[in-house]
Design a protein. Sequence first.
Length: 115
Amino acid sequence: VQLVESGGGLVQPGGSLRLSCVASGFTFSSAVMRWYRQALRKEREWVATISTTGGIRTYADSVKGRFTISRDNAKNTVYLQTNSLNPEDTAVYYCNAVRGRDNYWGQGTQVTVSS
């Protein structure tokens, strides 16, 4: 089982990044997918969730209206479009897959928002 995130980097305040997470080794279309993030010296926090078909999406209040979660089950990939980034969004972003009792995590991708 693998979850591989990409798309992070350094961006100026107000900028955007599109994060991707490619899954393998399990039935992706049956997994609820989530993005989390963890800033330095802070606990990991939930960012967004998308249902198996993509029909239901929920967001943390801190990112609502700025971030969009989506998925492509044909590509075994979940995305997080991040817009209007600010320094408080600086963190390592992780994707998470839950399918029944199985719970998988990626290694994370660093997002740094700084001028």
